[in-house]
Design a protein around this ligand. Structure first.
Ligand SMILES: C[S@@+](CC[C@H](N)C(=O)[O-])C[C@H]1O[C@@H](n2cnc3c(N)ncnc32)[C@H](O)[C@@H]1O
Length: 284
């Protein structure tokens, strides 16, 4: 991404969506523990009707559908046609799950019909988060639940901190507004609370969740490190910092990131620290 950033919608319907499809298995491995923590916090009951917001390729929609049983239902909603196509193609034939291409900030919901609004890292991209959450709350039954995972700061997330530190003498990263729509827009706990309260949610609880992320994957340690460099170069802040760089800088950056990842533990993956918030709330 250059400093003249396109809208987030454009990114997810364009290159970001393509990259998420391409690296879906690596990303699902990286994000699994966060999704599991958010699902545990969501208290899913058999029979629940669930909206999975920003569902991507559908991993959490499938996991939620396994818990609702056939008397419940999961609708995965995403703005990216590529990711909705992948999720629809991968959906088990008998699972109570469907997918819809829509902007969750404005989608037409059946009003007051859902038991749970869920998301794994899909709710930080709204231009007007208060309006978007207020709109999504309209889909919830009275007393219905909200549960999502969102990233804490880049400084607490080594999948960002390590590669960005490794390249700091090679590339000046674009200056970004920490509150702008993007992966870290909900890093500030007080801001999440303010947004959800303004959108009409109650019983807001925000808990830190820290885990060791398996980043990249390979049959050997060397292959795993190469795979982690590939993933960092394709998805996330490093990919955006390198997007407009010439090939020689990109090659030097890859070497620097490889050397950094090689200092981390791990055999079949590079093991690095990840830090998220698990957020729950109720429709007041
Ligand atoms: C970081 S990815 C997470 C994908 C998926 N939840 C996962 O964990 O694999 C963010 C997702 O949110 C989707 N997204 C961004 N803005 C959206 C919006 N306004 N409405 C619906 N989906 C959106 C993107 O297309 C993308 O699939």
């Amino acid at each position: 991404m250059s400093s003249a950033a396109p809208s987030r919608t454009h990114e997810w319907t364009g290159a970001s969506g393509d990259n998420w499809v391409l690296h879906q298995q690596r990303l699902d491995l990286m994000l699994a523990a966060f999704g599991d923590a958010a699902i545990a916090a969501a208290d899913v009951e058999p029979g629940d009707h669930i909206l999975d917001i920003g569902c991507g390729a559908g991993a959490t929609s499938f996991a939620l559908a396994a818990r609702t049983g056939s008397e419940g239902h999961v609708l995965g909603v995403d703005i990216s046609p590529q990711l909705i196509a992948r999720a629809s193609a991968d959906a088990p034939a008998d699972a109570p799950v469907a997918f819809r291409l829509a902007d969750a900030a404005t989608a037409a919901w059946e009003p007051a019909a859902a038991d749970l609004l869920f998301s794994r890292f899909g709710v930080m991209f709204f231009d007007d988060p208060v309006a978007a959450f207020a709109h999504m709350r309209g889909a919830l039954k009275p007393g219905g639940r909200l549960a999502f995972a969102c990233w804490r700061t880049p400084a607490e997330n080594d999948w960002v901190r390590l590669p960005m530190t490794a390249i700091r003498d090679l590339v000046t990263p674009p200056v970004t507004d920490p509150l702008a729509p993007g992966p870290f827009a909900f890093a500030d706990r007080a801001r999440i609370e303010d947004i959800l309260a303004a959108a009409g949610f109650a019983d807001i609880a925000i808990a830190p969740f820290d885990t060791v992320i398996p980043y990249g994957h390979g049959a050997t340690r060397a292959a795993a490190i190469d795979d982690a460099v590939l993933l960092a170069s394709a998805v996330g802040p490093l990919s955006r910092a390198l997007a407009d760089q010439p090939d020689d800088i990109r090659a030097k950056a890859a070497d620097a990131v490889r050397a950094t990842f090689a200092r981390q533990p791990g055999e079949s993956s590079v093991l690095i620290n990840g830090a998220a918030w698990i957020v729950t709330a109720k429709n007041s």
